[in-house]
Design a protein around this ligand. Sequence first.
Ligand code: ATP
Ligand code: MG
Length: 562
Amino acid sequence: MLNTLREAPAEAEIASHRLMLRAGLIRKLGAGLYSFLPLGLRALRKVEKIIREEMDRAGALEVLMPGLQPPELWEKSGRITAAADVLFHVKDHQERRWVLGPTHEEVVTDLMAGEVQSYRQLPRTLYQIQTKYRDEIRPRFGLMRAKEFLMKDAYSFDADETGAKKSYETMVGAYRKIFERTGLKALQVEADTGVMGGASSHEFNVPAEIGEGEVVTEEGGSYVATIEKAEGKPAARKGVAGSLEKFPTPGIRTIEDLAKKHGVAAQDQVKTLVFTNGKETALILVRGDDEAQESKVARALGAGYRTAADAEIKEAMGASPGSLGAVASTLGGKKVTVVADLVLKGQTGMATGANENGFHFKGVEVERDLKIDRWADVRTVREGDQSASGKKLKVSRGIEVGHAFLLGTKYSVALGAKFLDPHGKEQPAVMGCYGIGVTRTLQAVIEVHHDKDGIQWPAAVAPYTVMVVTLDLADAAVKKAADDVMASLEKAGVDYLWDDRDERPGVKFKDADLLGFPWRITLGAKSLAAGGVEIKCRRTGAVEVVPPGQAGGWVVNRAEKN
Ligand code: ATP
Ligand code: MG
């Protein structure tokens, strides 16, 4: 089943997706649903093998949990609503409801609640490699963002915080080895804890233009964080102190409008964003040239807040977006909580909306004139910002291949994973959870390792190490040499695919380049006349001629040196 394609379907937007389809590794069933063909599955199995070896070495125990899960567990953890956007719901014939697992914190915690009674049974880390289901609104880029995908998920259970941190470090260490072995230079990035909750978190991120994650790196590389988490300072502005003054701004709706028509630069404006939890209203203030960062806003406001709709804004503020502001004298009688970004501290000579359509204030001195209940870092870091240690920050894109969270006791408390400590006192286990997108990792390898002709597999995850291409097979000497090559590969334990198709050499070479196994061994009358078989390195293009019977040993030798 070696069905290579000259062209990939137009919907495949990125190189790795195109190559997986063209090389016949996967085929699409529907949006975000893929079948693995034999070659794709072989590569996937090699990634899994590396993961299993490193998990086992780190002391984690492999289990396998159901994908079909009782929603009651998700109600107990509160994630039936918190994760509602990705949860698939199904019903059985008795009208009983189930969810399809997007992850397994609930199930594994319930499992451990039954298995662990005493501190003597801790610590314990369990892992599985299993199919996950997520109702992603926008599945795309092939295996990168699928509705059904393979994840390695691990969960650690410890008797205390110190133990949990140790388990976390062990897992994160295993992750570094896994990505290195699969041929990926993954950055370990400080991350936001998001809906998972918990104290600390790291993402593993493979730098790539097409990545959906944004990573902020400090010059020199000692600070690396996701855009959701990163903190930085923009270039300072100079404000001229003055008195508060209302001025007419008919038709002005945006920061850009005010800048263009009234000459107030974006950085001299205060941007006012309105959030609601259905009952209460909160304002987030950032500098006009800054964007609010969703995850930081969520942290600053607490659970349940969302962007207010225009009608809600009008009702709460008495004005429409474009004329909003937090000038204290205009907020009289309005019940709003105001959280201001730290960058606004001490600023003078700014402009902001007057909560009256068609009017703004200038001469705003933030701490004198605005109603501010709390200060928080809620802005999104920008390229060129300064880090805490005064270095320049750079923003780049990458693929999130893995994620680790120190969870604390959120799930063990909610789902009753308790144990008796040495004093006979009941305690909740301190947990961590650790995910690797196995299928996403496989595709990330291709995104990073390819050229214009096809894939350039790192040996550790190539579907096969060698492609044997035979030409002139009718020639008895060539047939004999082919047998010798393959016997030698087998003896050396090198896996190979034999392209014995009755095709023109050009077709076979093109396919060999597209499939991209590390080595191509070509033999025919011409190569034998030159003294043996040609071994070509896919990555460098270097060719050497080797006697047929030595091919296996040569490849093993070379692989060790590489
Ligand atoms: P993303 O931000 O990309 O949606 P996530 O934060 O939702 O990822 P986790 O819940 O931490 O992801 O899942 C662990 C790992 O599973 C991720 O690091 C990623 O490699 C992989 N993963 C998550 N969602 C998908 C998906 N829809 N398709 C393929 N792999 C995925
Ligand atoms: Mg997600």
